[in-house]
Design a protein around this ligand. Structure first.
Ligand SMILES: [Cu+2]
Length: 168
């Protein structure tokens, strides 16, 4: 008599264990699927006003991603192309280079694109970018959905970093 009972109890426990696992498995799957939809927060997007005939304009913004991600490309109808650049000191000179892989975004960390650091380079603006205007651009991320952003064009204000761009 004892053996059949024990057997039933064991089956009962197994069923309980399986049932207990059930609700937790959708939760466990959430982080993986969430990386596909995690939002990137964009703050303070702006572009430096361009002098007449300027070949490039610098674009800046701050990105904060909920999950590890990467800004991979940017496109805008206001320029022939938009490149992702990095400016850094190199033997006493400020040099910039294109980042073909974009800018890595560590989860929950503000990543600033600003004069003298990472920045966007709007190549051959279709028309001069005047202070007070806005420029639309679309940001493409490795995981997060593409995001449309409006950049405010701000005055040149005699910034030394602008000189570095003119030689670009
Ligand atoms: Cu640049």
């Amino acid at each position: 008599m004892r053996h059949p009972r024990f057997g039933l109890l064991a089956v009962g426990l197994t069923a309980l264990t399986l049932a207990a696992c059930q609700p937790s498995s959708p939760d466990a799957a959430t982080p993986a699927s969430a990386t596909g939809t995690a939002q990137v927060t964009v703050s303070d997007p702006w572009i430096r006003e361009t002098p007449p005939n300027a070949a490039v304009a610098g674009g800046y913004l701050t990105l904060r991603s909920a999950a590890d991600d990467r800004l991979v490309s940017v496109e805008s109808a206001a320029a022939a192309a938009v490149e992702i650049h990095e400016m850094r000191h190199d033997g006493g000179m400020m040099r910039m280079r294109e980042l073909p892989d974009g800018v890595p975004l560590a989860a929950g960390t503000d990543v600033e694109l600003r004069p003298g650091g990472y920045h966007l380079m709007f190549i051959d603006p279709v028309e001069p970018l005047r202070a007070g205007a806005t420029v639309e651009a679309t940001l493409h991320f490795e995981h997060a959905p593409a995001q449309q952003v409006q950049f405010d064009v701000r005055p040149l204000a005699g910034d030394a970093a602008a000189e570095g761009h003119s030689g670009h």
